[in-house]
Write a protein that binds this ligand. Structure first.
Ligand code: PHE
Length: 340
């Protein structure tokens, strides 16, 4: 192999690599192409010109080496051209004008959203927000609320017992007693939290769910106050046109007692599969605080009267968001929860 030509080839290969490294946009790549491959004065065609001055016996070998070099540089050249003409997002260089990737930010659970909304409606009416323990004694969950020791209501609310005089509260009504033992009327509060019953998991039931309790005790409180308060509350939470009806019911700690239905949120009262064609859905329990309950906490039942109500937050959440299944609320599937 001709020695001078060999050295020239090496030199060109080295410089081409350097120049290619420096060329990082379409323009400098094009300049590079002209410098090496341009028909007039391109370095590679010029090399072929030099073949003439090479002794005939070396020509064959030199020609092959030149062809190899040209092919090699040409293919690297083609790669560089393709790379700079790719869309900006596919190039290695960082495009600082692209929007960043947003981190996923946590947010409130649907039950919390609805609990806060309910509390908000009552705060506006001057209620304070209280809380009580989930592990209770028989006194606070049952006895002070006028459940007789053998009262069937204790069985109806299938209780989880934790041992001697320890149970998981079956409703938030324990907070009524705890608050009224501690403060004298007027009392005006809502209290929410988890409650527990030995129920199978079904579409609408879960052994743990959430309730919110309301209690108002003062002089001169009557059933009309209860009706007006609940009507205002339910129409704020559902819609202004929500139909409301009171049905007589029984709770040991209220007298008289009522269950409240709202017009079906799915069919507006016309009758559909969800409301079993009745047009109504049961939404809460309520009543006037039983005089015995007031006396159990040392409040004069001749002077003071009051009302109380309790409702399931999970149920309201399901109705408001159109959830078909209570488990959606407890399985913590972010694909579902992130929608609310
Ligand atoms: N504690 C009752 C229940 O869980 C609801 C209720 C609360 C009823 C307050 C009347 C007054 O079913």
């Amino acid at each position: 192999m001709n020695e001078t030509l060999g050295k020239q080839l090496e030199e060109i290969r080295r410089r081409f690599a350097e120049d290619l490294e420096a060329a990082n946009d379409a323009r400098s790549v094009e300049d590079l192409r002209i410098r090496y491959f341009g028909r007039k004065g391109g370095l590679v065609p010029a090399l072929f010109g030099e073949l003439k001055s090479i002794p005939p016996e070396e020509k064959k070998e030199a020609g092959a080496a030149l062809n190899a070099l040209r092919a090699e540089l040409q293919s690297r050249m083609d790669e560089a051209i393709a790379s700079v003409s790719r869309p900006a997002s596919k190039r290695k260089a960082i495009d600082v004008t692209l929007p960043g990737r947003r981190p996923r930010i946590g947010h409130l659970h649907p039950i919390t959203i609805v609990r806060r909304e309910i509390e908000g409606v009552f705060r506006e009416m001057g209620y304070s927000v209280a809380a009580g323990p989930e592990i209770e004694s028989d006194w606070y969950n049952f006895e002070a609320l006028n459940f007789e020791p053998e009262h069937p209501a204790r069985d109806e609310q299938d209780t989880f017992y934790l041992g001697a005089d320890r149970l998981l509260r079956t409703h938030t009504s324990n907070v009524q007693i705890r608050v009224m033992e501690a403060v004298k009327p007027p009392v005006k509060l809502v209290a929410s939290g988890r409650v527990y019953r030995r129920d199978e998991i079904t579409l609408r039931r879960s052994p743990m769910f959430h309730q919110i309790e309301g209690l108002l005790v003062d002089e001169g409180i009557h059933f009309g106050h209860l009706k007006g308060t609940l009507q205002h509350f339910l129409r704020k939470i559902f819609s202004a046109g929500t139909g409301i009806r009171f049905r007589p019911s029984y709770f040991p700690f209220t007298e008289p007692s009522a269950e409240v239905d709202i017009s079906c949120v799915f069919c507006s009262g016309k009758g559909c599969g969800t409301c079993s064609q009745t047009g109504w859905m049961e939404i809460l329990g309520c009543g006037m605080v039983h005089p015995k309950v007031l006396e159990n906490v040392g409040i004069d039942s001749e002077r003071y009267t009051g009302f109380a109500f309790g409702l399931g937050i999970d149920r309201v959440t399901m109705l408001k968001f159109g959830m078909p299944n209570i488990r959606v609320l407890f399985e913590n599937d972010v694909r579902i929860l992130s929608q609310f």
